[in-house]
Write a protein that binds this ligand. Sequence first.
Ligand code: AMP
Length: 410
Amino acid sequence: MAKLTVKDLELNGKRVFVRVDYNVPMEEVDGEMVINDDTRIRATLPTLDLLVEKGAKIILTAHLGRPKGQREASMSLRPVAAKLADLICRPVAFVDDCIGEKVANTVGTMQPGDIVLLENLRYYAEEEANDAAFAEKLAAVADAYVNDAFGAAHRAHASTAGVAEIVKSRGGQSAAGLLMERELIFLGDELDNPARPFVVILGGAKVSDKIKVIDRLLEKADTILIGGAMAYTFKLAQGYTVGSSLVERDKVDVARQALDKAKAKGVKFLLPTDNTVTESAKVDGKWTFKNERNNADVNIPDGVEGVDIGPETAAAYSAECAAAKTVLWNGPMGIFEDPRFAVGTFAVAEAVAGATKKGAKSIIGGGDSVKAINKAGLGEQVTFMSTGGGASLEFLEGKELPGVAALSDK
Ligand code: AMP
């Protein structure tokens, strides 16, 4: 890792500004906001435990939802402070602002190992604007900076980039938290020099979302397996018919270029040879699917839509996974939210878990693929699941993320 991590820092008695991802799903129950899923809070515990051990005064900052610069009561982080206190078995103070006198007063009374959570950063529009004066106000209580919010690292906001730069400019250190470190190792270092064969599985809705990732991975992968609606744009580029499947006609050229590059580089690039198809119609604004069946042909006839990879494709993709030493997976193989069309995605999830059992490293690139692998009950059986959606995609594209770039070099 080229960046400092929290393990490298001496923090005894120091005020540490820690950016975390506590953008947790909540719902109102009897007039109170209740946290539905505390995975993101739990995920920060190793970093927080280490900070406590190092004697840091821990100042946690985060965003919740999109309050767009307004004090939106339903988007307060207060319930998160209570939940964190339960999980970490220590008191967690809460300040109903993220800058100003109240923050300074509370931090002024902190002892080493104390934890305080500040109110939603996005109650100020200056946060997302990376406003320099706002970043200075946030940094007023920071001797050191730790970023454990990989999911927000692709945005140059005051708390993800501004504060880190200010701390460095004062001669302080800005470092990755343990969660962030794992993201950078698995999506970065591990994929720079992967054990081979390196098999990449890409799916999801659009070629346009992932073409940059495909382009970069064509430089590194031995095999690329394509599923999801994305596959149909590639099939158009190959001259096959796709019926009424979801396609991006304006991306057929881009798909063709990727196919040509795969050929030139000797990368095995597989597309579905069979598909689950349905007759789909919009009823009262909602898509309905009927008469689902396997279409055991590379061409999809008019009047039906491809909604999942078929059994022959699932078997071929599983066989490629079984031979892999490194697997990277991003994007479902079909409309997996509907159990009828989750079969291909679950078969791939099983294959990825199976490869991991045989010693391969498996890396799940965030978003819907993490949802899918959890839905298949296999979340514990892969090497790493990214917590980032947009951030993992941008990182896999090879972009420098502002929240990572702002950290101190080793
Ligand atoms: P992405 O966010 O790009 O990974 O796309 C995920 C979405 O792609 C999921 O909501 C899937 O339902 C959708 N998807 C996958 N395969 C298909 C398909 N064959 N047709 C339409 N949508 C699909």
